[in-house]
Design a protein around this ligand. Structure first.
Ligand SMILES: Cc1ncc(C[n+]2csc(CCOP(=O)(O)OP(=O)(O)O)c2C)c(N)n1
Length: 451
C-alpha cells in the first residue's frame, strides 16, 4: 500500500494523521488533530485539509450504533461579527468562577493592564500568575505557585474554576497541575497566532488576537457588569506570605535574601531547574522585572541570555543559576561584551539539587553518581580568569555580607557570588518549607507564627 500520511501535502492547507485509539490520551489527541484540521479550512483563506485515519487490519464489522459526542474547538477572530463576540460576552456573564491565568510575559503595557482591570471587574474574575508574568494589577493574586504549593488538596479543590482563560506564555508546574487536577468545564486560550494549545484537555475557544483586544472587546460587549468578587476573595484567602518564613542556610535561603536586596528597576534572570521554582516562593521589590529563557525547560542558554540582556541594558542585570546550568553554559561569559552591571548568583549545591529533592528519599544507590551527578567543582578559577570580581559564601553571615555588594551600580567589573550549599540539605529545607517533610501541619504552624 502506498504511504497515505501526508500524501496530499503540497495541495492541502493542513494534513493530520490519526493514530488508532487505544487509550483516553489517544482519543484526546485525535480530537485535537481533527479540530485543528477543521479549523484550518477557512483560517486566513479557504482550502482543503487532509485527515488521514490509520486503520489496522480489515474492517468487516461496524458494531457501534451511534457516534459519541465530541468536543468542538472554535476559533474567534478579531474581525468576527459583533454578534459572535457578544455571544461570548453573554456566556462569560453567566459564569461565576472565572480564572484568568497570566503566563510568562514581558511587562504588559499600560493599555493591557487597564483592559485587564476593567475585564476582571466586569466579570468578577480572579487573575492568577506566578512571578514570571511581571503582572501587577487589581483582582490579581500574585505568587500563586507558592500558595498552591503549600495548600492542602482540600483547599485546592474548593477553588475549582468553571472557566479558565489563559494568556501569554508558560505558567509554572504548580499552577498547571492545579488546573489539571481540578479540571474546569472549559478553557479559552488567547493567542495572537491562533494556535490550538489544549493543555488542560477542555479547550473550547481559541481567540486569535492580542490579550488587550480580547479584554477590551469582551468588556465592551457586556452590559451585565457584575461586582461579584467572591471568587477573587476565595483566591486571595489562599495567599500565604512566605518572605517572613525562617529558613536554614540553603539555596532557598540565599534566593530569599537576594530578593530583599535587588533594587527596583533591576532585571532578574532565572535559570531553569530549582531556581525558577524557588523564585516563585518569595516576593520581589516592586519594579524588578523577571525574565527566564524557558525554552523547553533546558538548563542550557540561560547564562548566555542574561549576558546578552545585560550588554543591551543600562541597569543592573542579575541572574540566579544552579551549578550544572552554569557549567553547561559557562562559555556564555567568555565574551568581550560582558557588562560590568552583570551580577551572577551561582547556587552551587554540588549537583542537580532538583533530582535530590524529587528522588532523594527513595534510597537510590546511584542517585548522586548517575542522576544528580555530584561534583566538587568551583567557578572561582574560570571567573577570575575572565576579569570578574569573585565572591563566595558558605554560611549566612558570609552571604549577608556579600549581598549589598551586588547592588553597587558603580562596580567596575561584573560580579559573581558563589553560594556553596549541599543538595541534601537544600532538599530538606524545601521539603520543610512546603510541609512535605512528613511533619503534618507545618504550614499551619508557620501560619500561627506569622498571622
Ligand atoms: C539541556 C538540558 N539537559 C538536561 C536537562 C535535564 N535536567 C533538568 S534539571 C537538571 C539539573 C540542574 O542542576 P542545577 O543547574 O545545578 O540546578 P539545581 O536544581 O541543583 O539548582 C538537568 C540535568 C535539561 N533540563 N536541559
Amino acid at each position: 500500500m502506498i504511504p497515505q500520511s501526508g500524501i496530499f501535502e503540497k495541495i492541502v492547507k493542513k494534513h493530520v494523521s490519526l493514530p488508532e485509539v487505544s487509550s483516553d490520551d489517544d482519543e484526546w489527541f485525535c480530537n485535537r488533530l481533527i479540530n485543528e484540521a477543521l479549523l484550518e479550512l477557512d483560517h486566513h483563506g479557504k482550502g482543503p485539509v487532509h485527515i488521514n485515519i490509520e486503520l489496522y487490519g480489515t474492517l468487516t464489522k461496524f458494531p457501534t450504533p451511534s457516534l459519541p459526542n465530541a468536543r468542538k474547538i472554535s476559533r474567534i477572530m478579531e474581525r468576527d461579527s459583533v454578534d459572535r463576540w457578544r455571544s461570548c460576552a453573554q456566556k462569560l456573564s453567566e459564569k461565576r468562577r472565572i480564572l484568568l491565568v497570566y503566563g510568562q510575559s514581558f511587562l504588559p503595557s499600560d493599555a493591557e493592564l487597564r483592559a485587564l482591570e476593567l475585564f476582571s471587574q466586569a466579570f468578577g474574575c480572579a487573575v492568577v500568575s506566578d512571578n514570571l508574568s511581571n503582572l501587577d494589577c487589581i483582582n490579581h493574586v500574585p505568587n500563586v505557585s507558592a500558595s498552591l504549593d503549600m495548600a492542602s488538596d482540600e483547599e485546592k479543590r474548593a477553588l475549582l474554576p468553571e472557566l479558565v482563560i489563559t494568556f501569554h506564555g508558560h505558567a509554572l508546574p504548580s499552577l498547571q497541575k492545579f488546573i489539571r487536577a481540578n479540571s474546569p468545564a472549559e478553557h479559552w486560550h488567547v493567542t495572537e497566532d491562533g494556535a490550538v494549545v489544549d493543555q488542560f484537555k477542555v479547550l473550547t475557544n481559541v481567540f486569535e488576537c492580542s490579550a488587550e483586544a480580547f479584554l477590551k472587546r469582551l468588556s465592551e460587549e457586556t452590559n451585565n457588569a457584575t461586582s461579584a468578587k467572591a471568587y477573587f476573595a476565595e483566591w486571595k484567602a489562599l495567599v500565604r506570605g512566605s518572605s517572613d518564613i525562617e529558613l536554614q542556610f540553603s539555596d532557598l535561603y540565599a534566593i530569599k535574601q537576594l530578593f530583599a536586596c535587588i533594587p527596583p528597576n533591576a532585571a532578574l534572570h532565572l535559570a531553569n531547574s530549582s531556581c525558577v521554582r524557588h523564585a516563585q516562593l518569595f516576593e520581589l521589590n516592586r519594579g524588578v522585572r523577571i525574565y527566564c529563557n524557558r525554552g523547553t525547560n533546558g538548563i542550557d542558554g540561560s547564562l548566555s541570555t542574561a549576558v546578552g540582556y545585560a550588554a543591551a541594558s543600562d541597569g543592573l542585570t542579575y541572574i540566579i543559576i544552579g551549578d550544572l546550568s552554569f557549567f553547561y553554559d559557562m562559555n556564555g561569559i567568555w565574551n568581550r561584551h560582558v557588562s560590568s552591571k552583570l551580577r551572577i548568583m551561582l547556587t552551587n549545591n554540588g549537583g542537580a539539587g532538583i533530582f535530590q529533592y524529587a528522588l532523594g528519599q527513595k534510597g537510590l544507590q546511584t542517585l548522586n553518581r548517575n542522576i544528580a551527578v555530584a561534583h566538587t567543582t568551583s567557578a572561582k578559577g574560570w571567573i577570575e580568569s575572565l576579569g570578574f570580581k569573585y565572591l563566595s559564601a558558605r554560611n549566612e553571615e558570609e552571604l549577608n555580607r556579600c549581598l549589598p555588594e551586588l547592588a553597587n551600580e558603580e562596580a567596575t567589573a561584573p560580579i559573581l557570588l558563589e553560594v556553596f550549599t549541599s543538595m541534601e540539605n537544600d532538599a530538606a529545607v524545601l521539603r520543610k518549607m512546603l510541609g512535605k517533610d512528613g511533619v503534618k501541619g507545618t504550614w499551619s504552624k508557620i501560619k500561627r507564627r506569622l498571622f
